[in-house]
Design a protein around this ligand. Structure first.
Ligand code: PMP
Length: 420
């Protein structure tokens, strides 16, 4: 039973293993935007396994292709040719922004960011990286070191000297414009003093784990202009924001700027692990060593990804994300509650900043109460932010207006009922 599973988890997992809820639900099934637990209780999923299941759980149309591929050939490595991996690379070149054309396949977001960083080093023949406070780029040694969330970050002496953080263009205490100016000034200063040593800056076009932080529209364009002067590349970490999540195919399109390297993962495989780092002809040439990933471009993952891209296109999921995102955002903004400080984000990547009205309880504690209450009412929602006090709404893009309406009604009731 579930109690036994919770006990085993406590006994055999690392104590620091993150989980939501006092007792995480034991999920045994999923169908599109719905999840089912061991008691056959139904939930509407507003978190999509951290922005992975954009096309819905066990989507039958996609699974059909996955299973067919499993029956044909399951694994080869990139050393041989398979149709799906080559076709997927071509399809990605068609949808990536600008001249981004060549793709290296890996398995996780962390691994793809590592690859992108290695590529930037090889191309520029320089070593240092710039990253934003509040950013999150993975769990490997180097990606942890460029992660700007204090509780995650590895402040490691091996690479420390080569990593420069600048403040993200967001502050609860100042306007977006002021925060942007400050961030750009810091970037300019770092580039002037260290530009000859720096190879790339990594950014999430919307910070996910950092609390759904979107930047002022012209921020990344200004960043790119400054970086170019010093031959420093821009790496867009679209691991969480890619494939329709924010109402564009890629979030970077909101900012009217083309990165040098784009990194994607999560939603590409709709639950089957696959990730990419991709770049132009010119930059790709600099990756001057034989390189193959055992599982990267695996035919099952690649065929699934092709099916995902087809499904997104056929069902207009990018537009759906944009429209339903506007609808949900408006509904969240209309909730009158002293616990809500701000609603942020775009498309179906929305965050509600929670604030505490009392010194006896923290905003993080209130956030946890809201998560628990919403779960009991049949809604799985997420949380993130530097203080774990931002409620995240990142549902499968196939979600319906009716699901959104029902969730908002419950959310209002939960907020109403919490008092201190
Ligand atoms: N980059 C971003 C923006 C992420 O959100 C994450 C994971 N949450 C990662 C990188 C790391 O991806 P993975 O867990 O697949 O290694």
């Amino acid at each position: 039973g579930p109690d036994a599973i919770i006990t085993k988890r406590q006994e055999y997992f690392f104590p620091a293993t993150a989980h939501f809820y006092k007792e995480p639900p034991q999920i045994v099934g999923g169908s599109m935007q719905y999840l089912f637990d061991h008691n056959n209780k139904k939930y509407v999923d507003f978190f999509a396994g951290v922005s992975v299941m954009n096309c819905g759980h066990s989507n039958p149309q996609i699974l059909k292709d996955t299973i067919e591929q499993l029956n044909n050939i399951q694994h080869t490595t990139t050393v041989y040719l398979t149709q799906p991996m080559v076709e997927l690379a071509q399809r990605l070149a068609e949808i990536f922004p600008g001249d981004i054309k060549r793709t290296f396949f890996c398995v996780t977001g962390s691994e793809a960011n590592e690859g992108a960083m290695a590529l930037a080093r090889l191309y520029t023949k320089k070593n240092g990286f710039i990253a934003l406070t509040g950013g999150l780029h993975g769990r490997t040694h180097l990606t942890l070191s460029v992660t700007g969330i204090p509780m995650w970050r590895l402040d490691d002496h091996l690479v420390k000297e080569n990593i420069f953080f600048i403040e993200r263009p967001y502050s609860a205490d100042s306007s977006y414009e002021e925060a942007m100016d400050k961030s750009l000034q810091q970037l300019d200063a770092v580039l002037k003093s260290q530009g000859n040593e720096l190879c790339a800056m990594l950014v999430e076009p919307i910070q996910g784990n950092g609390g759904i932080i979107m930047y002022p529209k012209n921020y990344l364009k200004k960043v790119k202009t400054l970086l170019e002067v010093h031959n420093v590349l821009l790496i867009a970490d679209e691991v969480q924001t890619g494939y329709g999540r924010t109402g564009k195919m890629f979030c970077i399109e909101h900012y009217d700027v083309v990165p040098d390297i784009i990194v994607t993962a999560k939603a590409l495989g709709n639950g089957i692990p696959i990730s990419t780092f991709s770049t132009t002809d010119e930059i790709a040439k600099a990756y001057n060593r034989p390189s193959a990933s055992t599982f990267g471009g695996n035919p099952v993952a690649a065929q699934t990804a092709l099916s995902v891209l087809h499904y997104i296109e056929e069902n207009n999921l990018v537009q759906r994300s944009n429209e339903l995102g506007k609808y949900l955002k408006q509904k969240l903004e209309q909730i009158a509650s002293p616990l809500i400080q701000e609603v942020r984000g775009c498309g179906l990547m929305l965050g509600v900043q929670i604030q505490s009205p009392s010194s006896s309880v923290t905003s993080a504690e209130i956030t946890d109460i809201i998560l628990e209450e919403m779960k009991d009412r049949g809604f799985i929602i997420g949380k993130n932010g530097l203080n774990r006090d931002v409620i995240a709404f990142q549902p499968p893009l196939v979600i319906s207006k009716e699901d959104i309406d029902a969730m908002v009604v419950s959310m209002e009731a939960v907020l109403e009922q919490i008092s201190f």
